[in-house]
Design a protein around this ligand. Structure first.
Ligand SMILES: Nc1ncnc2c1ncn2[C@@H]1O[C@H](COP(=O)(O)OP(=O)(O)OP(=O)(O)O)[C@@H](O)[C@H]1O
Length: 398
């Protein structure tokens, strides 16, 4: 049944939904983003003027109801986005994905095009507004480039926060390549609760949400810029996180437009940058740091990952990628150095087996390193919060 569901069917149904001013339907107005269908679940975004987002919740619900009424649709994940002014010129690069729902998918590694002019690109960053109810602090774990151990660091820091007695959630925002299901040995799908909220998964005492739970690993990640942002926003808003002291967000690697928009729209209390010690990685880490600075998110500090190799046989140390580069860089840039994590077999093996080292071997040296980093980062969060900084806001959601 779900095999026969097509984007055309979805778009045809959405032609029955009028746009904000009732002048025409939302498809004809070019407000509907790329439509993604996965096993009966339908995902898309509707572009609206951010100033009108609160009054357009009814429009979002109407679109979801229409799509959920189609045979073969099990659920519709619909969000309002504010990537461009509705009705703006067709030639705008921002409008392209919405105007061409059948356009070729964006390859995994391609920077998301539509976020280039996402909200805030033309406005001063983070002016006032609130955060997510129930969540005290949201921190991003980011890296200037892929493969430096960002997700491994994020999960172990999150577990170390929990060991400090904090209530912790992890949001896997790396929706191009979600790692949390693997790192935490989680599979299946989150339960839908009353009020259309999703119940986050739980592991080692932390709550976890990942796009990886909603989309098959084999499914190509064809999310375009607006869909990326929508998905994150939805995971923040429509997941029943409950009361959390800290939500650790595992960001997509890199410093492209999608990351920038995300850094701007998620109400972050701060960011942790993960880097390996090599010069090249550090150049990218600097770009990551600049990205957060640009959108007024405090950088809590830099972590040097894979700092020193510790031989599992003899315990000998060798600095395969060099050592101390991130510390020097942090000093140069005037941001805290949060600590270093050695390159160990234990980290890789426990990551691959879904039992992160902080949980599976809490007394190890490397777990101690993660706990020290978490403690220092938390102290920085509290310090950053006490600075008079206007609260960030999510621009596009009601
Ligand atoms: N300190 C470490 N010691 C040994 N292996 C590590 C360490 N940190 C990370 N790894 C391994 O390096 C690989 C990449 O790590 P991870 O997936 O966390 O990186 P990432 O930066 O999030 O990557 P991506 O860009 O793909 O999201 C994994 O196999 C992980 O187990």
């Amino acid at each position: 049944m779900t095999e026969t569901l097509t984007k055309d069917q979805i778009l045809a149904a959405l032609k029955g939904v009028k746009g904000p001013d009732l002048s025409d339907n939302i498809v004809a107005l070019g407000l509907v983003s790329e439509v993604v269908i996965n096993k009966g679940k339908v995902y898309f975004a509707i572009s609206v003027d951010p100033a009108r987002a609160p009054e357009l919740e009814g429009l979002r619900q109407a679109a979801a109801t229409v799509v959920e009424g189609l045979p073969g649709v099990t659920s519709a994940m619909v969000t309002l986005t504010a990537d461009r002014e509705p009705g703006s010129a067709d030639t705008s690069p921002v409008s392209t994905p919405r105007r061409a729902p059948q356009a070729a998918p964006t390859p995994k590694s391609e920077p998301a095009p539509a976020a280039a002019k996402a909200p805030g690109a033309s406005q001063p960053p983070r002016q006032g507004g609130g955060g997510i109810p129930g969540i005290r602090k949201i921190i991003a774990v980011a890296s200037g480039k892929g493969g430096v151990g960002k997700s491994t660091t994020a999960v172990n820091i999150a577990l170390a926060f929990k060991d400090q007695g904090l209530k912790v959630g992890i949001l896997d925002a790396d929706i191009y390549g979600p790692s949390m299901p693997r790192l935490l040995g989680l599979s299946g799908q989150p339960q839908q609760l009353a009020g259309n909220k999703l119940d986050p998964m739980r592991r080692h005492g932390v709550k976890v949400m990942s796009m990886g739970f909603l989309v098959d690993e084999e499914t190509p990640m064809i999310w375009r810029g607006p869909m990326v942002i929508s998905a994150i926003s939805q995971m923040l808003k429509d997941v029943a996180w409950g009361e959390l002291d800290v939500l650790v967000v595992d960001m997509p690697p890199g410093t492209g437009d999608a990351q920038l928009t995300m850094a701007q729209q998620v109400p972050l209390a701060g960011a942790v940058i993960v880097s390996t010690p090599q010069d090249l990685a550090l150049i990218d880490a600097r770009k990551g740091l600049n990205m957060f600075t640009k959108v007024n998110v405090p950088v809590l500090g830099i972590v040097e990952n894979m700092s020193t190799f510790i031989c599992p046989h003899c315990g000998g140390r060798s600095d395969i990628f060099g050592h101390g580069g991130a510390k020097e860089e942090a000093e140069k840039l005037g941001v805290p150095f949060l600590g270093e994590v050695p390159l160990t077999m234990a980290v890789r093996e426990t990551s691959d087996s879904g039992e992160p080292v902080v949980a599976s071997d809490p007394d190890s040296e490397v777990s101690k390193a993660y706990r020290d980093i978490a403690r220092t980062a938390w102290a920085e969060i509290e310090r950053a919060s006490s600075d008079a900084r206007p609260a960030p806001k999510i621009v596009m959601e009601t």
